[in-house]
Every structure is written in structure tokens, then in C-alpha cells.
Design a protein around this ligand. Structure first.
Ligand code: FES
Length: 143
């Protein structure tokens, strides 16, 4: 049912936990399943994501997709991270069962929420590290 990659990222999540000195933090939740994901970014002056971490209160696929999402954006520019799609996360995990695709959407949204928060802080629109977005998105297939 789950690929070895999914099981590996679930059993050994990469970049789990908060990041000290994070300057972009976003939290998203899926209203349907109740799972919550929080993403922490430390972006340097050149706009490169130096460090990234996550905290996920949710299913195994949510843990695996957050873990993979952090790996895919670490060391990348903000612009590159904005291109991250749930399909790319699913592909990197070598697939997810259809019923679990929404977990990958949550990972994509968590990255975007953290980037939004990074820009909001830069522009002085937000001091605190919390952008809370509730996803009402239905499950959607990977492209
Ligand atoms: Fe909702 Fe996985 S069951 S994020």
C-alpha cells in the first residue's frame, strides 16, 4: 500500500522539529481529517532556505510528505520553494494511495504558508510566527 520511501520518511522523518531563528513559520490544517502541519524556514539574506523543519500532528502520510517537502526545499531559493507542488512531493515519495493525496496537498500548503509568513515579517505585516490557514480543499489527484 505504501512505498518504501513513504515508510522510510514516516519511520525516520527528516528535519523534524522547530528551527531556531526561523523567520518564516506557517501552519495549515485540513478541516476534513483534522491533521495539522507546521513548517519553519530560516531564510538567509540571499533568499536561500538555509534550514527548514516541521511539526506534524497527523497521519503517517502527513509526516512522510512533510519530511519529503523539507528535503525538497532545503538549500533552495524562496522562488524555487514556491514552485513545490504536491505532485512533486508524491513523485519523490514514489507514490501515495489516492485516499492519502490530500496529505501531500497539506505539505505544499504548509511550505506556502511559511513563505507567506516570511514575506509578511519582512514587510512588517507580521511579527509572530504563525500564519494559520485552514484547508477546505478536497482530495485532488497528483498531476
Ligand atoms: Fe489528513 Fe493525512 S489523513 S493529512
Amino acid at each position: 500500500m505504501y512505498t518504501e520511501k513513504v515508510m522510510d520518511h514516516f519511520a525516520h522523518p527528516r528535519n523534524m522539529g522547530e528551527v531556531e531563528g526561523a523567520n518564516g513559520v506557517g501552519m495549515v490544517g485540513n478541516a476534513k481529517c483534522g491533521d495539522i502541519m507546521q513548517m519553519f524556514l530560516k531564510v538567509n539574506d540571499d533568499g536561500i532556505i538555509e534550514d527548514v523543519g516541521f511539526k506534524t500532528f497527523g497521519c503517517g502520510a502527513a509526516v512522510a510528505t512533510s519530511s519529503m517537502a523539507t528535503e525538497l526545499i532545503k538549500g533552495k531559493s524562496i522562488d524555487e520553494a514556491l514552485q513545490l507542488t504536491n505532485s512533486a512531493v508524491v513523485e519523490a515519495l514514489e507514490g501515495l494511495p489516492p485516499a492519502k493525496l490530500h496529505c501531500s496537498v497539506l505539505a505544499e500548503e504548509a511550505v506556502r504558508a511559511a513563505i507567506d509568513n516570511y514575506y509578511a515579517r519582512k514587510e512588517g505585516r507580521a511579527e509572530e510566527c504563525n500564519t494559520v490557514t485552514t484547508s477546505h480543499e478536497e482530495e485532488r489527484p497528483a498531476d
